[in-house]
Ligand binder design. Structure first.
Ligand code: HDD
Length: 725
């Protein structure tokens, strides 16, 4: 039976519609309620068609008798213009799309909550940061930056990490990325950066990639981007999951307390799942095997009750620290190492509910950097100042009018009262005579009125100086923190940075652009520059002229490495079990038990999607047929095969790829003795190492899952990478 909508008891009214008598400050609950139940289309307000089934109607509520045929004169046409149902249906369909975001077009969102675990009442008056244990609703949208809405999830790209907290003092948006720095220092360069990164304008390719001339041309002429370049060439831009990325507010913001005292702050989201990325060769293959890899992973995890969680951390510092720091805290191409200013954990963000409707929530959500509650304020970072204009402006184009705050996902969940009115698609309309302030209509003094105590006040920073277009001298060091990032990486991570640079620059057609990048690398790390030059077959150029010499001895920071910040369990990770008919039932069952004990998940991959019959006669369903479930979709693999099953796998190209890819991507592998034949025929039997474990007895399953906690066996990589030989 179809679920009756809220409006079922009020015939003729679309669910979510605001009653005409609603006060100007419609209670937020009335709006958010429309998420609580699926939005009706009005159809269910009519009597049913022969029982329980709701009658199909037009958007005007007119019952429809035939949804299969247009209205025609005779049986073979012509078609008649008076066909109101056809015209309305096609009219609406023709207008279903809204412009995709100019950046961060591909994204995926989920609902949850933020809970305060440590009060910041000493440094801010923001209500949401006062009382430990209190929760506010949250919505998070993760995204890639350069690709269009239909691009693949594993593009090498920065990930957006935009958080909307529905506080009692209005919406607070922390619109961040999974990288704590940015390409540019001044917002006026943003259109240039994005034009250069997006597909080239004459040919409209490449899609969702920075591996092309325009991007590297711009970068090579923009030395301030070098720190960010180190981050985007690291594995941070090919995360294993949206659940395994960090988030950063990037800019220096302010917290302001009740006395008007300001403290600088940088925001961090730290994943409880630990940091994890995939290998580049793996990312390329995931994009083909499952372009929705990240969104599916988030959807599946939340629906399975494995709710991803992040800690909110703050780095707090004052003017004295800012003055003593080697770099300008207003420069978004710099970070503050955690060793200098520790990250204080003050809250947790949990995502526990997927959306009901992608368009209504994830597509229409509007994040704006200027959405901050009283007690949070901006710094003079020129990138942040520019963003504060751009985000409001872009919503007008994207969402079609000034009333986008009436869309439930964007509506605050606290009381609202103002005199903004009319405009396209006004859903929340004031009643009564007064639409201006001050007025003397109504009870009391005819509110709503300002509140100088509770209301938002800007930090009273004094500013002076001539009006000019300049870049501050204090922003001039472009290489020191790039070097610090590089020296903070483990050897395998350093290797991946070199590999990524060689890959990207090998897609650049103009040798002078390649060479210009290497000239910048020389100011960062000479070995890296030499590796990249060698990988490109390029003579080492002269180092780029630097506005400031590189500080060579900034101390490495462990917090900047992914490998050093991984999880200590296999929880939430996925084991792929390649299973054949006649496979040992005891071993399969032991594997499943060990997976469940580790709070991990598994999928069965089989020669046929109908599944397999095990040695004891039990049948097991398959999630994937072998060529639809390549090993790149799994964190570790096990091959549980019978003798006959292994013989069949050994002549199957997809099965051979399954094990060679897993091996190349440094994954942990478990296999029964019979399955060895597959590894022989795949050509990897002789190279098998400590991370390839036997499944000879039931107890081996638990040992294998324990080994998987290390996630990858990186020492293997040098053995299989041609470049490294
Ligand atoms: Fe931006 C979207 C993050 C610089 C202009 N940005 C957007 C989103 C994220 C970021 C996560 C997607 C929000 C969503 O899911 O809807 N942007 C950043 C970060 C930056 C940054 C971390 C640097 C620290 N952005 C930046 C600058 C400008 C913009 C300098 C312009 C002056 N960004 C936009 C935008 C977008 C956007 C055009 C496109 C869609 C939207 O805003 O709502 O306004």
């Amino acid at each position: 039976m179809s679920k009756p909508s809220k409006s079922a008891s009020a015939p003729g009214k679309i669910s979510g519609e605001t009653p005409t008598k609603a006060p100007p400050a419609a209670p937020a609950d009335a709006i958010s309620d429309s998420f609580a139940e699926p939005q009706g289309t009005g159809g269910e307000t009519h009597q049913t068609a022969g029982g329980d089934v709701a009658v199909l109607t037009t958007a005007q509520g007119i019952p429809v008798a035939d949804d299969q045929n247009m209205l025609k004169q005779g049986s073979r046409g012509p078609t008649l213009l008076e066909d109101l149902h056809f015209r309305e249906k096609i009219f609406h369909f023709d207008h279903e799309r809204i412009p995709e975001r100019v950046v961060h077009a591909r994204g995926y969102g989920a609902h949850g909550y933020f809970e305060l675990t440590e009060s910041l009442s000493d440094v801010t008056r923001a209500d949401v940061l006062q009382r430990v244990g209190e929760r506010v609703p949250a919505f998070v949208r993760f995204s890639t930056v350069a690709g269009s809405k239909g691009s693949a999830d594993l593009a090498r790209d920065v990930r957006g990490f935009a958080v909307k907290l529905y506080t009692q003092e209005g919406n607070w948006d922390i619109v961040g990325n999974n990288i704590p720095v940015f390409f540019i220092q001044d917002a006026i360069k943003f259109p240039d950066l994005i034009h250069a990164a997006k597909p080239e304008p004459d040919r409209d390719f490449p899609q969702a990639q920075t591996a092309h001339d325009n991007f590297w041309d711009f970068i090579s002429l923009t030395p301030e981007s070098m720190h960010m370049v180190m981050w985007i060439m690291s594995d941070r831009t090919i995360p294993r999951s949206l659940r395994t990325i960090e988030g950063f507010g990037v800019h220096t913001f302010r917290l302001v307390n009740a006395e008007g005292k300001s403290t600088f702050v940088k925001f961090h989201w730290k994943p409880k799942q630990g940091l994890q990325s995939v290998a580049w060769n793996e990312a390329v293959k995931i994009n083909g095997a499952d372009p929705d890899f990240h969104r599916r992973d988030l959807w599946d995890a939340i629906n399975a009750g494995d709710f991803p969680e992040w800690e909110l951390g703050v780095q707090l510092f004052d003017d004295d620290f800012a003055d003593s720091f080697d770099f300008d805290v207003l420069d978004a191409t710099k970070l503050i190492p955690e060793e200098l200013v520790p990250v204080r954990i003050v809250g947790r963000l949990v995502l526990d509910r997927v959306v009901d409707n992608f368009f209504a929530e994830t597509e229409q959500v509007a994040f704006m950097t200027h959405n901050v509650p009283p007690g949070v304020d901006f710094s003079n970072d020129p990138l942040l100042q520019g963003r504060n204009f751009s985000y409001l402006d872009t919503q007008l184009k994207r969402l079609g009018g000034p009333n986008f705050t009436h869309i439930p996902i964007n509506a605050p969940k606290c009381p609202m009262a103002h005199f903004q009115q009319d405009g396209h698609m006004a859903m929340r309309n004031p009643v009564g005579r007064a639409n201006y302030e001050p007025n003397s209509w109504g009870a009391a003094q005819g509110g709503p009125r300002e509140d100088p105590v509770r209301g938002f006040t800007s930090f009273a920073e004094a500013a002076d100086g001539p009006r000019q277009r300049v870049r501050s001298e204090s922003f001039a060091d472009h290489y020191s923190q790039a070097r610090q990032f590089f020296t903070s990486q483990t050897p395998i991570e350093q290797k991946h940075i070199g590999d990524a640079l060689v890959f990207e620059l090998s897609k650049v057609e103009r040798p002078d652009i390649r060479s210009r990048i290497v000239s910048h690398l020389l100011n960062i790390d000479e070995t890296l520059a030499a590796t990249v030059a060698d990988g490109l077959g390029l003579a080492l150029p002269k180092a780029a002229q630097a506005a400031r010499p590189t500080i060579m001895d900034l101390p490495p920071s462990d917090a900047l490495s992914i490998v050093r910040n991984g999880p200590d369990s296999f929880k939430g990770r996925k084991l792929g079990i390649l299973l054949t008919d006649g496979a040992d039932a005891a071993i399969f069952n032991a594997l499943v038990k060990a997976v469940e004990k580790e709070a991990a998940v598994y999928e069965v991959i089989a020669p046929k999607i109908s599944g397999v019959t095990l040695s004891d006669g039990t049948t097991v369903g398959a999630k994937q047929k072998i060529d639809g479930g390549p090993s790149v979709l799994y964190d570790a693999i096990a091959v549980v095969a019978s003798k006959d099953g292994a013989a069949l796998l050994a002549i199957d190209a997809a099965a051979k790829d399954f094990v060679t890819d897993a091996f190349t991507h440094c994954k942990f592998i478990a296999l029964t003795a019979e399955a060895h034949l597959l590894f022989e025929k795949a050509g990897i039997a002789d190279d098998m190492d400590d991370a390839c474990l036997p499944l000879g007895a039931v107890k081996d399953a638990a040992n294998f899952l324990a080994a998987c906690r290390a996630l990858r066996h990186w020492p293997r990589e040098l053995g299989v990478d041609l470049d490294a030989q």
